[in-house]
Design a protein. Structure first.
Length: 321
C-alpha cells in the first residue's frame, strides 16, 4: 500500500505543501481518537458559547479548532489561518508561502448522537501585498486553491484530498497514526438516482427549486421517468463523501429563511474545498449559473447556495431554474 507521504511525493507536491498536508493529517488522527472515545473523553456536549456564525459551539468544536490552530501556527510555511470558529483571520508566520482555512468539525449537530462529522480544509497561496492578519489574504476565488480536502470521522476515518490533480481517498490506520491510499482516483458518474437536501426548508425555496425536488419525488411517474432516493446526513462532509463515492446531487439552495437569503454554507470553509474535490473527480459544483470556484469572495464568512455532484444532474437542475 502507498501511504500519504509517498503519494504526495509521487504527485510532485511542493515539499512545504506536503509537510502542511501531513501536519493536518497528523492532527486529524488525534481528533479521530477523541471522537472514537466520545463521552469517555469528556468531549461531548455544549461549550456554552457561540461562534461568529451565531451557532452554539460544542466542546469538540472548540477542542478540534484549538488543535488545528496550534499545529498550523507551528509551521513556518503558514502565513495566516482562518477558521469557521474564529471571528477574524489569525496571523501565523510572516513570509509563509500558504494560508489555510478550515471548518474544524463539520456536522456539529451530529456529535452527541455519534453521527457523521468531519474536518474540511483548504490551502491557498499567501499574498505578499497583504498583511498576514488581513481578511484580504483569503479574498481569492476557489480556483486559486492549491490543495483541498476533508477528513470524515466514521466507522473508519477517511481523507479525501486533491493537490490539484485527481481527488484521492485515504484511510487512517489508527495503530500507525498514518493514512494509506485506498482509492487512487475518485470519479463521479454523470448520471445519478440519489439526492441530498434538507426537506425541512422546502417552503423557503424558490418555486423552481421546489418544482425540481417535487419531480425527483415523483419518481418513475414524473417527468424524469426514474426513481430517486433521498439521503441526508446533517453534515455536508458526509453527504459530499457519498456523492464522491457513488454519485448523486447535493443541494443547499438559497432560501428566504436564511439571514442573508443567500444560502447557509460558507464559501471559504465549505463550498470551495468541496467544489474543488468534486470538479477534480469529474463532477460539477455551482452557484446558480456560475461555478462555485469562480465566485469572487466578498467577506471572510460569506455564505452561498451550493449545488454539486453528478455533472448531468447538476446541469439539469440549472436548466430548470
Amino acid at each position: 500500500m502507498i501511504d500519504l507521504a509517498r503519494q504526495l511525493t509521487d504527485d510532485n507536491t511542493p515539499a512545504e505543501l506536503g509537510q502542511l498536508v501531513l501536519k493536518l493529517a497528523s492532527v486529524s488522527a488525534d481528533i479521530s481518537a477523541k471522537v472514537r472515545l466520545g463521552a469517555l473523553a469528556g468531549v461531548l456536549g455544549s461549550a456554552g458559547e457561540q461562534n461568529v456564525q451565531g451557532e452554539t459551539q460544542k466542546k469538540l468544536d472548540v477542542i478540534a479548532n484549538d488543535m488545528l490552530k496550534e499545529a498550523l501556527l507551528s509551521l513556518p510555511q503558514v502565513r495566516a489561518l482562518a477558521s469557521e470558529e474564529e471571528d477574524n483571520v489569525v496571523a501565523a508566520n510572516h513570509g509563509g508561502a500558504y494560508i489555510v482555512a478550515f471548518d474544524p468539525l463539520d456536522g456539529s449537530s451530529n456529535i452527541d448522537i455519534n453521527g457523521q462529522i468531519g474536518t474540511i480544509f483548504t490551502v491557498y497561496p499567501a499574498r505578499d501585498e497583504v498583511a498576514c492578519d488581513s481578511a484580504e489574504q483569503f479574498a481569492q476565488p476557489g480556483r486559486q486553491q492549491v490543495c483541498a480536502g476533508y477528513m470524515l470521522y466514521g466507522p473508519s476515518t477517511q481523507m479525501a484530498l486533491t493537490t490539484g490533480g485527481p481527488s484521492r481517498l485515504f484511510t487512517l490506520v489508527p495503530e500507525q497514526g498514518a493514512y494509506q491510499l485506498t482509492q487512487n482516483e475518485l470519479n463521479i458518474a454523470p448520471e445519478c438516482q440519489e439526492f441530498a437536501i434538507n426537506m425541512a426548508n422546502q417552503r423557503h425555496w424558490s418555486p423552481a427549486t421546489q418544482a425540481y425536488i417535487a419531480d425527483l419525488q415523483a419518481g418513475s411517474t414524473g417527468a424524469r421517468g426514474k426513481d430517486f432516493n433521498m439521503r441526508w446526513n446533517g453534515a455536508m462532509v458526509g453527504d459530499v463523501h457519498r456523492v464522491l463515492m457513488r454519485g448523486g446531487i447535493f443541494l443547499y439552495p438559497a432560501n428566504t429563511q436564511s439571514k442573508t437569503h443567500n444560502g447557509k454554507l460558507r464559501l471559504l470553509y465549505e463550498a470551495n474545498p468541496m467544489a474543488l474535490l468534486v470538479e477534480n473527480a469529474g463532477g460539477k459544483a455551482v452557484v446558480g449559473a456560475q461555478a462555485i470556484l469562480d465566485v469572487a469572495p466578498e467577506s471572510l464568512h460569506q455564505r452561498v447556495p451550493v449545488i454539486l455532484g453528478s455533472g448531468a444532474e447538476v446541469e439539469y437542475f440549472q436548466a430548470q431554474q
